[in-house]
Design a protein around this ligand. Structure first.
Ligand code: RNT
Ligand code: ZN
Length: 421
């Protein structure tokens, strides 16, 4: 029997098992097919970017490792992303940071960047058939070196960053217009202090005023949408972070701006899965930065953890796949970077597939009747139902590598391409 036949046979058997529970496997497959994942461009080169690739990564985030072969030019990054995308079933998005513009015609500082610096990305996205998202880059820059950007005590520095973010929003709108899909623009700033801070209110007031100014420019939501990302602490901002969860939650709800939940940005036992059903009641949409923190916000490659599954379950159970945007945010410089993309994205899809294969109506019925043992038993059994046979079939139908097949393909690409850099 060929591998294809084995995959199809296992899928047919799996579909029957799920049908017994009232789950329509084909519907789940269709929903997964229509679930784009926003793949972050910055895993491909350890958040270096093309503005000043050899400069330090600052802002309290860190990559560790020096695995050979990272992308050094837009062309190399495009090629690596194409390789990764070819090994991920479905149609996805790519999330670009402002430091990834094409500056080959001369450097433009952050307060000078324009849509033309990102036309290369737009043309590439059209060619490959992906949509794009975008991010302001308020770190790895001399004017961020004292630890404060939009909330800085100095007006000139605040104004520099306000101009940067405004330009990024305009670039996002141009991207969305040309690609025919709203480009989601994320604002994350590193602002904070290593030690006890006395005037916490001052910095937060500055940040609020800066955001008010930034958002006073109204852009068409058909072309771009904004989101704001909080954080608990960073390296060098252990004692105080201006853009805390309460800050952005308050700002986002009051102004109806989308909130970004990064899985690594909360207390170690606090989980973003539990925030979905609250935020959905008060915010228009949610952006996710799916990440895996190990002991701290370490941005390890995403794997299929209980929390990732819980996150997918919460979104699917709330019927909110159209209001929650799934993006990835991790950067591991110690392993093959294309492998990091593929393993992490496929793990995210597997979590959503498991959630889509859940007999939720049955579970709700148990809960409604107070049958908590039955609910627990079903949830436990769901874990070992043959969902992976469904994922294999999904890969097959999308013409993508099934199971560990993608490992050999990445090894080959490493041999032919990245090892020669
Ligand atoms: C940092 C934030 C932020 C960055 C990217 C590169 O802690 O998570 O989203 O990781 O913008
Ligand atoms: Zn993030």
């Amino acid at each position: 029997m060929s591998k294809e036949q084995k995959v199809e046979q296992a899928f047919a058997a799996a579909a029957e098992r799920y049908a017994e529970l009232g789950v329509d496997v084909n519907k789940a497959l269709e929903q997964l097919q229509n679930l784009p994942i926003s793949i972050h461009c910055w895993q491909g080169d350890d958040v270096s970017g093309f503005e000043n690739p050899d400069g330090p990564l600052t802002g309290g985030i860190q990559t560790t490792g020096n695995y050979p072969g990272k992308a050094r030019t837009p062309k190399e990054l495009y090629a690596d992303l194409e390789e990764a995308l070819s090994l991920i079933p479905g149609v996805h998005r790519v999330n670009v940071h402002a430091i990834y513009g094409d500056f080959s015609d001369g450097r433009a500082d952050r307060n000078q960047i324009e849509p033309k610096h990102f036309q290369g990305w737009i043309d590439w996205a059209k060619k490959v058939g992906v949509k794009l998202d975008f991010n302001s880059t308020c770190f790895s820059h001399p004017l961020a070196d004292d630890g404060f950007t939009l909330s800085n005590r100095k007006k000139e520095i605040r104004d520099f960053w306000i101009e940067h973010v405004k330009r990024c929003r305009i670039i996002s709108a141009e991207i969305g217009k040309q690609l025919g899909s709203p480009c989601i623009h994320n604002i994350w700033i590193p602002d904070g202090s290593k030690d006890m801070t006395v005037d916490k209110l001052l910095y937060r007031q500055n940040l609020k005023n800066a955001l008010d100014e930034i958002f006073s420019l109204k852009l068409d939501p058909q072309y771009m949408r904004d989101c704001i990302e909080s954080k608990l602490f960073g390296i060098g901002s252990e004692s105080y972070v201006v853009g805390s969860h309460e800050f952005y939650m308050g700002y986002g709800v009051a102004n109806q701006v989308m909130i970004t939940l990064d899985a690594g940005h909360f207390h170690p036992t606090e989980v973003i899965s539990d925030k979905i059903s609250s935020l959905l009641l008060f915010a228009p949409e949610i952006m996710l930065h799916v990440s895996r923190g190990v002991r701290w916000d370490s941005d390890h490659v995403v794997t299929l953890t209980d929390e990732l599954l819980a996150l997918a379950q919460e979104i699917v159970r709330a019927d909110a796949l159209d209001r929650v945007h799934v993006g990835l945010d991790y950067f591991d410089a110690s392993i093959n970077r294309i492998g990091a993309y593929v393993t992490g994205t496929r793990a995210t899809q597997k979590a959503f597939l498991q959630a889509l294969l859940e007999p939720t109506a049955k579970l709700r019925e148990f809960e409604d009747k107070g049958q908590y043992f039955e609910r627990l038993a079903f949830l436990e059994e769901m874990k070992s139902l043959p969902w992976n046979a469904v994922y294999d079939y999904f890969c097959l139908k999308n013409g993508t590598a099934v199971g560990t097949e993608y490992v050999g393909k990445i090894q080959q690409y490493e041999k032919d391409v990245t090892s020669k850099r």
